[in-house]
Design a protein around this ligand. Structure first.
Ligand code: NAD
Ligand code: UDP
Ligand code: UDP
Length: 341
């Protein structure tokens, strides 16, 4: 299998056909780890649309083959079932490294079933392997880090210069510290081995193809309202988050990869909502009779979160375009189809 994918840097890509060179962006061979997941599959759609050759590496831990099914059979697309914790040999020009068991269910709501610190291992060993791959091939490497590196922030809104407030021994720390370590590795490979790197700090993102039962708040509320169950508000519901629609994020990730700046860059929508306000918007959009019930919150839950995106606006010429009220209906259509059919 390694020999099959190790085609050498001849530019032919998967399937052996030379791709047409676009006017603005020459076609590239792009590796997307976690490409069968929610964000990854939307990114793959855009890369394929642009004319790139795309290799997805995914172990389907939280991702689904259905998310990329429409590309199977395309000679510019290849899907490899592989765990990034293990080394891999492929020849590519760019690596978008998204692979990460990102769902909060695994570390917050069902910790017993989770292999101890699985997130941490994926973030550390997986990122190390992808950086090793970037070093060997000369590919540009983009890490999808997270706003969770800011922990329960004492600065509001959060700028990239803020170092964060993370509890290193808390229930969330396998994810937060895993991503912080991934950022460290990324900068070390840049400084020490000259790898071209980019770092995105992604804020809460929603949209079609999100896991239905992954425990995140937007997917929970929408699924509950569609199923005519009460929406579960954790704590008093006054904590805030800023929700970004997935196409805005994908545009930001591509602008970051193609641009000249390493980052880190906050990629998020600065529109800030309490969880009670979010429940209200979901209620207005899905079912005016929808109700909420209150449940205890998890420890170390950040009280507020809102990105300062001045850096991305200035250096990447990027800003989100889709508001929560515009984005939610597009996600609801997808959830209705998946839940009711
Ligand atoms: P997701 O769970 O839908 O996608 C992650 C993908 O990685 C899945 O397809 C999963 O199967 C795959 N994966 C997990 N472990 C793997 C491994 N060891 N080897 C290979 N593949 C593996 O989550 P998402 O929301 O699409 O997140 C994508 C990236 O963006 C993640 O790195 C996540 O931390 C980051 N991020 C997302 C958000 C958000 O709100 N969605 C916020 C901050 C950061
Ligand atoms: N690696 C990989 N694919 C490659 C090159 C490297 O998976 O094409 C892995 C490699 O197995 C190692 C990691 O990336 O575990 C880091 O590689 P690097 O060359 O930086 O370190 P070294 O192998 O010297 O420890
Ligand atoms: N939350 C909630 N109800 C749910 C799921 C989550 O009120 O059914 C809250 C959660 O406690 C947190 C916020 O919504 O304060 C965002 O949670 P999520 O897991 O979506 O993202 P993160 O905590 O990673 O920002």
């Amino acid at each position: 299998f390694l020999a099959r994918n190790n085609r050498g840097g001849d530019g032919s890509g998967v399937g052996g056909r030379r791709m047409p060179v676009g006017l603005r962006n020459p076609a590239k061979r792009v590796l997307v780890t976690g490409g069968a997941g929610f964000v990854g599959s939307h990114l793959v759609d855009k890369l394929i649309e642009r004319g790139d050759t795309v290799i997805v590496v995914d172990n389907f831990f939280t991702g689904r083959k259905e998310n990329v099914l429409h590309h199977l059979g395309n000679p510019r697309f290849e899907l490899i079932r592989h765990d990034v914790v293990e080394p891999i040999l492929v020849e590519v020009d760019q690596i978008y490294h998204l692979a990460c068991p990102a769902s909060p269910v695994h570390y917050k709501h069902n910790p017993i079933k989770t292999i101890i610190s699985f997130d941490f291992k994926t973030n550390v060993m997986g990122t190390l392997n992808m950086l090793g791959l970037a070093k060997r091939t000369g590919a540009r490497f983009l890490l999808t880090s997270t706003s969770e590196v800011y922990g329960d922030p004492l600065e509001h809104p959060q700028k990239e210069t803020y170092w964060g407030n993370v509890n290193p021994i808390g229930v969330r720390s396998c994810y937060d510290e895993g991503k912080r370590t991934a950022e460290t590795l990324t900068m070390d490979y840049h400084r020490g081995a000259g790898v071209q790197v980019r770092i995105a700090r992604i804020f809460n993102t929603y949209g079609p193809r999100m896991c239905i039962d992954d425990g995140r708040v937007v997917s929970n509320f929408i699924a509950q309202a569609i199923r005519k169950e009460p929406m579960t508000v954790y704590g008093d519901g006054k904590q805030t988050r800023s929700f970004q629609y997935v196409s805005d994020l994908v545009a930001g990730l591509m602008a970051l990869m193609e641009g000249d700046h390493i980052g880190p860059f906050n990629l998020g929508n600065p529109g800030e909502f309490t969880m009670l306000e979010l429940a209200e918007v979901v209620k207005e959009t899905i079912d005016p009779r929808a109700t909420v019930i209150f449940k205890p919150n998890t420890a170390d839950d950040p009280h507020k979160r809102k990105p300062d995106i001045s850096r991305a606006k200035q250096l990447l010429n990027w800003e989100p375009k889709i508001s929560l009220r515009e984005g939610l209906p597009m996600m609801i259509d997808d959830f209705r189809r998946r839940i009711l059919h």
